[in-house]
Design a protein around this ligand. Structure first.
Ligand SMILES: Nc1ncnc2c1ncn2[C@@H]1O[C@H](COP(=O)(O)OP(=O)(O)OP(=O)(O)O)[C@@H](O)[C@H]1O
Ligand SMILES: [Mg+2]
Length: 512
């Protein structure tokens, strides 16, 4: 039976058509993939289904009945629940309060039976095999994977039987991804329907029953997952063939030992907020990409924060950090920028963008002192110059919608990411720290971003690449250092790259 049917659904935001003509069906009790390029309209389509936006035209049938969903409460009553691309939990509140928010059991407003809720939740997590017991912990203390589990439990508590997951794996570690899919398969067995938005074609192929491809607001088609493959799906999405590994030329460092290191970290130790670094030593040469891998929570994030803002750690670190043999331990991010350092931060929303400013303003962030963007009048910015530069980047990175005046908060996730990358490369930095450059980015754009990073490398820039995708590290890096428990557990040269061996050290194993 079809539990959901989209019939010629359309939704625009002003001039931007997000969903042009969307028709597809989702069968009950299946996992249904929804894929498409960044900005294709996937999140919008699901927000229409969940009642966040009204459709402009067309029809949605829920269990065969034409239904006009006008708000999420109504959607929840119809058994539809959604976990958003960017989670929406209230961080300082406990897990329990987050879950029962709006559904508090109790007689009077204000009187909440937390014990009853706790019992019911324990039951739910047991029945669906979702191991969890941190009901009274503030959400901010949970890992991303745990937060996501809470979101799913919340949907089950609300008795959803259609679960929409918008890019659930983009921010998870490989272990968490595995657990998530075990949970989803279990939910399917229990009769739930799952709509899964993802850019990771491998997981779509492995875990879904059907997959619908969207392109520029329209449905290209729906495939039985067993009857399709990565190449076909990618071509349906992008409209051209896509290569999955970097195909260009990797300029060989003449003799790597002859090239002096531009950046050095020696014996670095400190205790951070959630992670620590212990005796970290590494060197970075021009024209190379040093990949940093590891399971999330093993010190890499804190290490990146230190690298990009050493001043904040000044009082608690021991060890050395030099750029061109000068200590930068007291440097602020701005000082580092002046030394030619540029950053693509881990979290594009929290650290990378002002959501209520347009692309041009966002592009200027951190570049206010760049001579290229100064007007004739001292202290005033030449916004036309900046806008022209943004327009070039919109073309180069295929950023959509292609208008410099679009608020960055209104861009799709992958397009926000492209903007952050374009900005980081704009100043022609000599040293680049890049974190998760292709998180939430579609296959075509991954190709583009990888090429851009590789071009920087070949032009002699020194790059540290943080990624939780082993494939990405192996594809781009010249060397890979693996973090475990705050230390560098192992370092691999390109000739030694072997996913299995590297993976082993990520779990704390030895290199040999
Ligand atoms: N609230 C909004 N206001 C204005 N435009 C929006 C809004 N939300 C989305 N859009 C636009 O609608 C189009 C579709 O965006 P949507 O977020 O649905 O894409 P997506 O397929 O989910 O992409 P991604 O894979 O990058 O998450 C984009 O051009 C986007 O800029
Ligand atoms: Mg989206």
């Amino acid at each position: 039976m079809n539990v959901i049917e989209f019939k010629r659904v359309a939704k625009s935001f002003g001039d931007v058509v997000a969903n042009r003509d969307l028709s597809f069906e989702v069968k009950a009790g299946t996992i249904h993939g929804l894929i498409g390029e960044n900005g294709a309209g996937k999140s919008t389509a699901m927000k229409v289904l969940f009642g966040i936006f009204p459709a402009d035209s067309g029809e949605i049938l829920i269990r065969k009945k034409p239904t006009r969903i006008t708000n999420p409460v109504q959607a929840m009553r119809l058994g539809i629940g959604m976990v958003h691309q960017h989670f929406m939990l209230a961080e300082p509140e406990t897990v329990l309060d987050n879950i029962i928010l709006g559904h508090e059991p109790g007689w009077f407003p204000g009187l909440i039976f937390r014990d009853k809720a706790r019992k019911e939740l324990t039951e739910i997590s047991k029945n669906y095999g979702l191991a969890f017991d941190k009901w009274d912990v503030p959400v901010s203390h949970l890992s991303v994977g745990e937060q996501q589990r809470v979101e799913i439990i919340k949907l089950l508590y609300q008795r959803s039987d259609v679960l929409i997951l918008d890019e659930p794996t983009a921010v998870l570690t490989p272990q968490e991804v595995k657990e998530l899919f075990q949970n989803l398969l279990r939910l399917k067995q229990e009769g739930k329907t799952i709509i899964l938005i993802s850019h990771k074609l491998k997981e779509v192929l492995e875990f879904t029953d059907y997959v619908t491809v969207m392109r520029r607001g329209e449905t290209v088609g729906t495939k039985v997952t067993n009857e399709t493959n990565e190449d076909e799906l990618a071509e349906m999405m992008v409209g051209r063939k896509v290569s999955f590994t970097y195909q260009g030329i990797r300029r060989i460092l003449s003799d790597s030992t002859e090239i002096p290191s531009i950046l050095k970290v020696k014996g670095l130790s400190f205790k951070g907020l959630s992670e620590s670094c212990v005796d970290v030593t590494l060197n970075l040469r021009q024209g190379e990409i040093l990949g940093i891998g590891g399971v999330q929570g093993n010190g890499q994030s804190e290490f990146l924060r230190f690298l990009s803002n050493p001043k904040e750690y000044f009082h608690k670190v021991s060890g050395e950090y030099t750029i061109r043999d000068q200590s930068v331990l007291a440097d602020s991010p701005l000082d580092l920028r002046k030394r030619g350092v540029s950053l693509v931060p881990e979290d594009r929303l929290a650290e990378g963008l002002l959501l209520q400013q347009d692309m041009t303003e966002n592009f200027l962030l951190g570049q206010h002192e760049d001579p290229r963007y100064q007007s004739k009048f001292p202290g005033l910015l030449d916004r036309d110059a900046a806008r022209a530069r943004v327009e070039q980047n919109i073309k180069a990175f295929d950023i959509r919608p292609p208008y410099p005046t679009v608020w960055s908060g209104r861009m799709s996730g992958g397009n926000q990411q492209k903007l952050v990358i374009a900005r980081a490369l704009d100043s022609k930095p000599e040293i680049l720290f890049v974190a998760h450059p292709t998180r939430g980015v579609d296959v075509g754009a991954i190709e583009l971003i990888h090429e851009a990073i590789m071009n920087e490398r070949n032009a002699g820039r020194a790059i540290i690449l943080f990624s939780s995708e082993l494939e990405e590290l192996i594809d781009l890096s010249d060397r890979i250092a693996v973090f475990y428990g705050g230390r560098i557990q192992a370092e691999f040269g390109r000739k030694e790259f072997d996913p299995w061996k590297i993976g082993k050290t990520m779990g704390g194993g030895n290199k040999e």
